[in-house]
Design a protein around this ligand. Structure first.
Ligand code: FAD
Length: 397
């Protein structure tokens, strides 16, 4: 294997987190395959000498080479229209065997077109597996998740371009300093692209650890609001099935599925979603699934670790009440602890004043009876050196 190349997408001057995760996966693959790992950074310009921060960051995350590709038009949004020619030209020159891009909106736009330009195979969001002979196999669900296709990379006999979903792969650490390669792309006139804004919350959804899903069973916009409340209470994000969006209960940009967005939470709470393969295929395999459905034979219960059979309009408000009651109790306990700490501090202050009035010298907090005494080991190790009565906050319930 020649090399693995990771396309690093910038937001302003910083790489987006999903690209750093792709770099982490690239590092692990390159190590196993005995390949070199290149991080390709298309940008308008880097200050001379190159901004140490970015180079150091990519080097520290495992890149063997950081290739900074500059041209004025590369400062535009990370799309094929702006970056495609320059990135394809670099790939033609470098001939990577495997190109990784984060499956951001930009990455999803660049990847298939880049693959077509390179004569490469394009494999969106596969799982990486290893064949019996140690060969890399890319596996992904097809036909709406009903089948699984496995592609051995050695059998393809051409490069492969792969997108990786955000929030699934972890960063990696590198221990060697990366070589820095400065490349100037040919300046070209690209069709003007008007950036209307970036969906800031998109990464919040893709990276959410808790996701609550509204299926068609929520029955109305009010049902969707209930699901949003539950997501808020759990510190997560609310999503919906296609059916819930199609019926106008939930906004279309919250749809999850093979034709929509992907999520990789630890906890996935389905409310009135039957569990269609097209929907479930977009939820990472390691999510813990909890399902609420009034139909005990709904397919979602075949994949859920926990199931609640019943009307979600009764169960979700009950869950909200329980969660809020739990939080109220926590707040009350924290409040009681704080009151006790204040009371204790007041008592200490009064005692110190009484002692000062009586002419008693009080040692400073943290000091022993004499400066070097400590516990005899000469270390300031936090051992119980202080025999004085340092007030401690009490917790009461
Ligand atoms: C090519 C293709 C691509 C597709 N892509 C996607 C996609 O990307 N994303 C996607 O989501 N779908 C997609 N679909 C659609 C998918 O097949 C399903 O139709 C859809 O996911 C079903 O949504 P649902 O579970 O909300 O609805 P339903 O299947 O109608 O399920 C509703 C569930 O709610 C339960 N219920 C009803 N009322 C209550 C209540 N009061 N309390 C508790 N439970 C209740 C019912 O028992 C039922 O199990 C695709 C389909 C095709 C053919």
């Amino acid at each position: 294997m020649a090399n693995v190349l990771v396309y690093i997408e910038l937001s302003g001057d910083r790489p987006v987190e999903a690209s750093l995760e792709a770099l982490g996966e690239g590092r692990r693959l390159a190590t196993t395959l005995g390949a070199t790992l290149d991080a390709l950074v298309p940008c308008a310009k880097l200050p001379e000498p190159p901004e140490p921060d970015l180079i150091e960051l990519l080097s520290g995350l495992g890149a063997d080479r950081v290739m900074v590709l500059t041209a004025p038009h590369l400062g535009g949004p990370p799309l094929y229209a702006t970056h495609g020619d320059a990135v394809a030209a670099t790939c033609e020159e470098e001939r990577p065997t495997l190109v990784l891009l984060a499956a951001t909106p930009g990455g999803r736009d660049v990847a298939p077109r880049l693959a077509a330009r390179m004569g490469a195979a394009f494999v969106p969001e596969p799982a990486f597996e290893w064949g019996a002979g140690g060969d890399l196999v890319l596996a992904r669900p097809v036909y709406g998740g009903l089948f699984r296709r496995r592609l051995a990379i050695d059998d393809l006999e051409r490069p492969v371009v792969v997108t990786l979903p955000p929030g699934v792969h972890a960063r990696e650490r590198g221990d060697e300093e990366a070589e820095v390669v400065m490349l100037a792309a040919t300046a070209v006139d690209v069709a003007p692209v008007e950036e209307l804004g970036r969906r800031v919350e998109s990464s919040a959804l893709e990276q959410a650890r808790v996701v609550v899903c509204a299926g068609a069973g929520v029955g109305s916009r009010e049902g969707w609001q209930l699901v949003c409340e539950l997501a808020d209470e759990l510190g997560g994000e609310a999503v919906a099935t296609r059916e819930a969006c199609a019926r106008g209960f939930a906004p279309p940009d919250r749809e999850v599925g093979v034709g929509a967005r992907r999520v990789s939470p630890r906890l996935y709470l389905a409310c009135g979603a039957s569990g269609s393969p097209q929907h479930l295929a977009a939820i990472s395999g390691d999510a813990e699934i909890v399902a609420i459905d009034e139909d005990a034979s709904a397919p979602i219960f075949r994949v859920a670790q926990y199931g609640l059979v019943g009307d979600l309009h009764a169960i979700v408000p009950e869950l909200l009440r329980e969660l809020r009651a739990g939080k109220a109790l926590e707040a009350a306990l924290a409040g009681a602890a704080a009151d006790a700490a204040v009371e204790s501090a007041r008592a200490a202050a009064a005692r110190a004043k009484r002692e000062a009035d009586a002419g008693i010298v009080v040692a400073e907090a943290g000091a022993g009876e004499d400066e070097d005494a400590g516990d005899g080991d000469g270390n300031d190790d936090g051992d119980d050196d202080d025999d004085g009565e340092t007030p401690k906050p009490a917790v009461t319930g």
